[in-house]
Design a protein around this ligand. Structure first.
Ligand code: MG
Length: 484
């Protein structure tokens, strides 16, 4: 029987948005003889509609599709922010980026001239797992501070190989004025003087981005082979499909979906290499692999930007297309295959991994994640019923169960917005609208956020206002790392 369909049917009865239940104890991890390995594969700016199993009609993603068939496809999975730096801070700490100073409404990500980064007192997944017997390694885009003490090796990763910020930064002067699409089509990687680092040393500059996906992957494969006899955590964070696009020779002009399709198909190849390596080493059944993206597609780059599928909005914004990401989890023989429609977020990986690794979460700070393991093992109802949609340090929207209220809306990243705003501009200039009565959508019925039903549900709006107020009271002011 087709596992995906049987799983989908089995999971339908479990959908119960609005129920908070963290008490459920998963049964299957008890059968683990040793703590599970974790592999996070994180794409950069991949949209909700960019892979086969999430509906793209002409991009071939057999390995990602296989993850869905053998594992779980999460259809309502979110990131902590709709741009890179805060999204990554949330993923690795389990805390909303506003709590660590890694969110700003004025400078939304770190740049090469930034002096801040993820503060040393923040505890990353690599740190907590590393302190509990795990081997740890990262390859790919970091974007949480490119100077010590903010580098991956300062935050618990034993090794690092990658570009420390976005692949379009450090643009060389002579190429200003030439479009990033043209530069990509000419394969002009020299136009971006981005460094490639090994641990805390620059080993290549500019990084040859044409082979970057392949090299990140081989690095991760090498570390898996090295660590195979011990528990490990590998974080493989691709720099692509963030523009400028690049792909290696073998993938050039292969996809029906053009250049962007080539790039996604190479990332899919990378996923296949990881799965195949785990199989060759005989450790698939003790390794949880999650694939997701740091934020939605960057729609302003024509066919070099991806697609949000049925979702409204894109990278940088707080409509669904900015923050709901295509997510797949595979752990053969352990998790219940199927389509999961309950809510999950990258903030939940910290408590979930800690639970699976039998590691206590520190109790000296606020965590914003939930243990998703009941849903992995098919033995629980929803564990999360709320999603915060932050724009920098402000809550623009809140999802509670099936309802989402937008208090403020704004044009997306890279349109005429606060992309590089360093001084306040008027709301009109940045396309910002404050809604006295929030827009309200039922995301289960209306995933494209087209039908405002605020007038029908004042009580829902009141409840969400109350939750927002309570939440904001829990956020303590900290030093802003992105404005340093
Ligand atoms: Mg991104």
């Amino acid at each position: 029987m087709n596992k995906l369909s049987s799983g989908a049917i089995a999971m339908t009865g479990l959908i119960s948005l609005g129920v908070v239940n963290q008490a459920c104890t998963p049964a299957k991890e008890d059968t683990q003889s040793s703590p599970p390995n974790f592999v996070i594969i994180f794409a950069d700016d991949m949209g909700y509609g960019d892979i086969g199993v999430f509906g793209h009609p002409t991009i071939r993603t057999p390995n990602l599709d296989r993850m869905a068939a053998e594992g779980q496809k999460w259809t309502q999975f979110y990131v902590a922010a709709s741009v890179s730096t805060p999204s990554r801070a949330g993923l690795l700490t389990g805390r909303l980026p506003v709590r660590s100073g890694m969110a700003s409404s004025r400078r939304r990500v770190l740049f090469p001239d930034s002096n801040g980064g993820l503060p040393p007192e923040e505890i990353s997944l690599a740190r907590i797992l590393g302190d509990n017997g795990y081997r740890t390694a990262m390859s790919g885009k970091w974007h949480l501070g490119h100077k010590s003490p903010f580098l991956p090796t300062d935050h618990g990763f034993e090794t690092y190989f990658g570009i420390p910020y976005s692949n379009d930064m450090d643009r060389v002067e002579e190429t200003r004025g030439i479009s990033q699409i043209t530069l990509a089509e000419e394969e002009n990687f020299d136009a971006y003087n981005v460094p490639l680092m090994r641990d805390n040393e620059i080993v290549e500059r500019p990084a040859d981005q044409r082979t970057i996906t392949k090299r990140y992957t081989e690095e991760a494969v090498d570390r898996i082979r090295e660590f195979k006899d011990e528990p490990f955590f590998i974080y493989l964070a691709h720099s692509l499909p963030h523009i400028p696009l690049f792909r290696s020779e073998e993938f050039k002009d292969q996809s029906l979906a053009g250049f962007y399709g080539d790039v996604i198909e190479e990332i899919d190849w990378s996923v296949g290499r990881i799965l195949e390596t785990l199989e060759e080493e005989g450790i698939s059944e003790n390794t949880l692999v999650i694939f997701t993206s740091d934020n939605g597609h960057w729609h302003i780059f024509d066919t070099h930007g991806g697609l949000g599928g049925v979702l409204r909005g894109a990278k940088g914004g707080t409509f669904e297309g900015g923050m709901r990401v295509p997510t797949l989890i595979r752990w053969p023989g352990q998790i219940e295959p199927g389509v999961i429609m309950e809510l999950g977020t990258t903030l939940d990986l910290m408590p979930t991994f800690c639970k699976l690794a039998d590691v206590e979460l520190p109790d000296d700070r606020i965590y914003d994640g939930y243990d998703l393991s009941p849903l992995l093992f098919g033995s629980g109802n929803s564990v999360r019923d709320i999603v915060w949609y932050y724009w920098g340090t402000e809550v623009y929207a809140v999802r509670k169960g099936e309802y989402k209220a937008h208090f403020i809306t704004q044009l997306e990243y890279g349109t005429k917005t606060a992309h590089f705003v360093t001084k306040p501009e008027s709301d009109v200039e940045i396309g910002r609208t404050v809604h006295d009565t929030p827009l309200l959508f039922n995301l289960n019925i209306d995933p494209s956020e087209r039908h405002n039903i605020a007038g029908n549900h004042p009580e829902v709006i009141e409840e969400i206002r109350r939750l927002k107020k309570e939440h904001l009271a829990s956020v303590e002011p900290v030093e802003n790392q992105l404005e340093k």
